[in-house]
Design a binder for this molecule. Structure first.
Ligand code: PHE
Length: 350
């Protein structure tokens, strides 16, 4: 009888495993497990067995019943999950089974470029001090970039070897178009379009025909600042740059002015911030403890006259700053070219 049972189990399992529809399955179930099925038949004849054999055959029959019920359910589930339409079949073929034990793939998350993040931070600080943002085009006239800024026709910075000209060139060609060499032309544009007081910053890209090396690139970012009002002094300029430096690099940061010359400011200075090494001297400040940021000064009366502001009534200061420079100090970056090579190994650090 045990033999019969085992044969029945094998047969039923193989039949269930091949069933391709629910109707098939139900027939097979009826055949083996139904009231008039084979298993029931065997159960009925248990009575004819000796009392010693009865319990073992009985429990084997029960186990088989449970196994078959389970196999029935499993196959039913499988049949229900089969793709029905041709489209579903096609998709099923394409999708490989997912191995849920594999480690997950980290999604690639984009971020602001380190320079853009630096620029946003600079703008934010000046915004907090009441400056609004002005903008001008990258391609400007020689007039806005040089003449209106009191830069004489023969000034070396106007040379074709230093400035990218787009159209026209020459000492008297004030209409010549060029890639602006600094953001100072935005000063002219703003002052020509509005009456004082003025309190703006102008972030923007600038271009110069520099030889590329660790600290020079043919294009770079500046943030220009311009403040025009009554009674503005160089102390206000120093105050605002000091407040900015402390906010950006920490409250211990100091600032210093060194005398300099710009055609559009008088007096003019170059200004430095103490280095992030705390002034002790390091690789970034080349041991000096100071980092040169850019130039600044009091707006030259000639510039006021040019834009139609009365220099006897108005005073102003202006400053520039190099965004790459500041980002280099801030993050300890030693080569300006990193910003422009788009190497993810560099960019992902920030
Ligand atoms: N435009 C100057 C430069 O690019 C910087 C500057 C801005 C100096 C404003 C004075 C006033 O070097």
């Amino acid at each position: 009888m045990l033999d019969r049972l085992n044969r029945l189990e094998k047969e039923a399992l193989s039949a269930l495993g091949k069933a391709s529809s629910q109707a098939d399955l139900d027939n097979i179930r009826a055949k083996y497990l139904g009231r008039k099925g084979e298993l029931a038949d065997i159960m009925k004849s248990l009575g004819s067995l000796s009392p010693e054999k009865r319990p073992s055959v009985g429990s084997e029959a029960n186990r088989i019943k449970q196994t078959l019920e389970k196999a029935y359910k499993k196959r039913l589930e499988y049949i229900k999950n089969q793709p029905k339409t041709a489209e579903q079949k096609e998709t099923r073929k394409r999708i490989k089974p997912t191995d849920i034990t594999l480690p997950g793939r980290k999604p690639f998350v984009g971020r602001r470029h380190v320079l853009r993040a630096m620029l946003d931070e600079i703008v934010e600080i000046f915004h907090g001090m009441g400056f609004s943002v002005a903008q001008g085009p990258d391609v400007d006239t020689a007039y806005n970039n040089f003449d209106a800024l009191n830069t004489p026709p023969n000034h070396p910075s106007r040379d074709i070897g230093d400035t990218f000209y787009i159209a026209g060139f020459g000492p008297d060609d004030t209409d010549a178009l060029l890639l602006r060499t600094h953001t100072s032309p935005v000063q002219i544009r703003v002052m020509k379009s509005q009456e004082p007081p003025v309190r703006i910053i102008a972030p923007g890209r600038c271009y110069r025909k520099d030889t590329i090396d660790a600290t020079h690139y043919i294009s770079f970012w500046q943030v220009e600042g311009l403040y025009v009002d009554h009674d503005v002094t160089i102390a206000d300029l120093k105050g605002v740059l000091t407040a900015f430096a402390k906010e950006l690099l920490g409250s211990e940061t100091e600032i210093r002015f060194r005398p300099h010359f710009f055609p559009f400011t008088e007096p003019s200075v170059e200004y430095d911030f103490t280095c992030i090494c705390g002034g002790k001297g390091c690789r970034i400040c080349k041991g000096t403890g100071w980092i040169e940021i850019s130039g600044a000064g009091m707006v030259d009366p000639e510039v006021f006259r040019e834009v139609g502001y009365d220099p006897d009534i108005w005073r102003g200061y202006a400053f520039g700053m190099g965004v790459e420079r500041i980002a280099m100090i801030r993050h300890g970056i030693d080569d300006i070219r990193h910003f422009y090579t788009n190497d993810l190994r560099f960019l992902e650090q920030f």
